[in-house]
Ligand binder design. Structure first.
Ligand SMILES: [Fe+2]
Ligand SMILES: [Fe+2]
Length: 293
């Protein structure tokens, strides 16, 4: 599996395309996928897998159950009544959505376990990107908005992993970004020959997440060059740019003209449409953070 061609590109650099075997040897500290998530994936992908089986599995893990209920009850799903049990969540949202929420919960674990690199900022930025990606998907009629949500949440997951693997060098990079001198993507490419986007794609593959997720994460800084799943890559990239323009996260640029980015053009999203999405996202983030998400 890991010998396949990686979901990567090198458009913005003179560095050669990173080789996946090389990357595996350089980024040794990749977090494992929790057992419960791999079991849930088996059930979700099994044509004979039942909703009941999934409910029983999740109910066994209290931490996961709590996380799922928190996500499901967040403003993102706009449910009329609060959902208080996992079985109810599964029956209300359906197996596919709950499965996306399980993936989201496992991605969130990685942020929480990396106690560095402004974990709170990164987590806010990632949740914001997830909410915006879901809103953009609905606007452009992407058929799987939950998939876009997981991609949004996961897009920068390579950052805490790089921090764990290259602490000193990465601290320097983070300082430069914080002072507005460079971007993570550019300086990582200069320092390592690959970026957090590539590491995120590697993790998505290691976790056996669907190939479109790996590609969208791997190309979120160059979405137009994504070979197979360009629409999803553009959605995630645009959601990330919206967060930068709304100053949510480490990198801030309120002058960024999101509607002029190639991804906005590709998705045919005008400035008024993007403004509406930004407002919807802002309200959803505010409502969600009131619930402690
Ligand atoms: Fe990124
Ligand atoms: Fe980002």
């Amino acid at each position: 599996m890991l010998n396949e061609k990686p979901y990567m590109d090198s458009t913005h650099t003179s560095q050669p395309n990173p080789n996946i075997n090389d990357l595996v040897s350089k980024v040794k500290d990749l977090p494992p996928l929790p057992n419960i998530v791999s079991r849930a994936m088996e059930i979700a992908h099994d044509p004979n897998g039942s909703v009941r089986e999934l409910q029983i599995l999740i109910a066994k893990d209290q931490a996961l159950s709590a996380k799922i209920l928190r996500i499901v009850n967040s403003a993102m799903y706009a449910l009329r009544r609060e959902v208080s049990t996992v079985s109810h969540a599964v029956s209300v949202l359906g197996i596919d959505t709950v499965f996306s929420v399980i993936m989201a919960a496992s991605v969130e674990n990685v942020f929480q376990s990396a106690k560095s690199l402004g974990t709170k900022l990164l987590s806010e930025h990632s949740w914001g990107t997830a909410i915006a990606a879901r809103a953009i998907s609905k606007r452009v009629q992407y058929e799987k908005p939950e998939e876009a949500l997981v991609c949004g949440l996961m897009h920068d997951i390579g950052k805490p992993i790089l921090m764990q693997n290259y602490r000193d060098r990465y601290n320097e990079i983070a300082n430069d970004v914080y002072r507005g001198m460079t971007s993570f993507h550019q300086s990582e490419l200069m320092a390592f020959g690959f970026s957090h986007a590539h590491v995120g794609a590697l993790l998505a593959r290691k976790w056996n997440f669907p190939p479109q997720l790996a590609e969208a994460v791997g190309y979120h800084h160059n979405p137009i060059t994504a070979p197979r799943f360009r629409k999803l890559a553009c959605i995630v990239s645009l959601a990330n740019s919206l967060m930068i323009s709304m100053e949510i996260g480490f990198q801030k640029d309120k002058n960024l003209k999101v509607s002029e980015l190639p991804a906005a053009e590709e998705l045919k999203l005008s400035k008024p449409a993007l403004d509406t999405i930004a407002n919807e996202t802002k309200s959803a983030i505010e409502a969600t953070s009131k619930m402690g998400n």
